[in-house]
Design a protein around this ligand. Structure first.
Ligand SMILES: C[S@@+](CC[C@H](N)C(=O)[O-])C[C@H]1O[C@@H](n2cnc3c(N)ncnc32)[C@H](O)[C@@H]1O
Length: 306
């Protein structure tokens, strides 16, 4: 009897200790963040990305600048704007953990008088003033996965003053048809098959280009004000015999006319599979139809016209 009372008591004690250690907040909402704090902190190690943003911010920010940093993560780009002399900076993020972390960092760096952080989705951010400069780094290869385009649309609609500047200023997306047994076969493991979907390319030795790369689209963020949908037909001349398994996409972003951000600064290329592999011969011209809405991962379709 004493033994079972003791074991119930111990169980309750364990539960109380685990609630104190881990909190009671592991609700579904805790898992819903599109980017975890872990990812945001990892981005602090991308030194060439940070150096380029730092250079661009130094070029543009003045002592009377009001700056918004959309998708602030750790707050790094907001802090660079404050250090460049901005009068005030607001960083926003949809992740509560990121905002809490950025606030701790702003205190540690004694920047909390000029940098404020707000936990909010960019669509619900309704500041009383407009910004002179909006920084937004939600870039991803092909701008497919992250919210760069929807965020920049919101920036143009409601957040930036008439003569305001965005960092980045523009982005260009490039694509090339590729052969990649490695990417193609990863959707089959043993006798289990999985639906094919876009995947990050680990290293460029995993794919072979079958043609020269071409521009898929170019977007100037200040001109972005309508729904932006990519629907392009591109013709490629095949440079070697092989099988087309899909396309690989990448981007370059013009932070300012002087500073160009490239995939080598911290991004993996994206492989997007086609439905069925297609044999091709050197000299052949193939036409590829590419459709998607940037920011809507599931919207992409890539097809070779026969
Ligand atoms: C690629 S990270 C960049 C973080 C930081 N700006 C940097 O350069 O290190 C993108 C950030 O955008 C945030 N984010 C994603 N969707 C968002 C949304 N709808 N509204 C606000 N922030 C969002 C993510 O939580 C993440 O912290």
């Amino acid at each position: 009897m004493m033994g079972s009372v003791l074991s119930v008591y111990l169980m309750l004690l364990k539960r109380i200790i685990s609630t104190i250690r881990y909190g009671n907040k592991m609700t579904n909402a805790s898992y819903d963040n599109p980017f975890s704090l872990l990812h945001a902190v990892n981005l602090l190690s991308q030194q060439s990305r940070i150096n380029k943003f730092s250079k661009a911010i130094d070029e543009v920010v003045t002592t009377d600048s009001i700056v918004f940093d959309i998708g602030t993560g750790t707050g790094i780009l907001a802090f660079l704007a404050a250090k460049a002399g901005a009068e005030s900076v607001i960083g926003i993020d949809v992740s509560k953990q990121n905002i809490d972390y950025a606030r701790r960092a702003s205190k540690a760096n004694e920047l909390d008088d000029r940098v404020k952080f707000i936990h909010v989705h960019f669509d619900d951010f309704n500041p009383e003033i407009k910004a002179d400069i909006v920084i937004c780094e939600m870039l991803s290869s092909m701008l497919l996965v992250e919210q760069q385009i929807p965020a920049m649309r919101r920036v143009n609609d409601s957040l930036l003053g008439n003569n305001g500047t965005t960092i980045p200023k523009s982005t260009t997306v490039y694509v090339v048809p590729v052969q990649s047994e490695y990417m193609w076969n990863r959707f089959q493991t043993g006798d289990l098959r999985f639906p094919k979907m876009p995947q990050s390319v680990g290293g460029l030795n995993e794919v072979d280009d079958l043609a020269d790369m071409q521009t898929l689209f170019h977007v100037e963020y200040r001109d972005l004000n309508t729904d932006f949908h990519v629907s392009e037909k591109l013709s490629f001349e095949i440079i070697t015999d092989g099988f087309v398994h899909g396309i690989v996409g990448m981007f370059e972003a013009e932070l300012t006319p002087e500073v160009l951000l490239r995939p080598e600064d911290g991004w993996k290329h994206l492989f997007v599979p086609i439905k069925q592999e297609k044999r091709v011969r050197k000299g052949e011209i193939i036409t590829i139809q590419i459709e998607y809405t940037p920011g809507e991962f599931d919207s992409i379709s890539v097809a070779i016209e026969s």
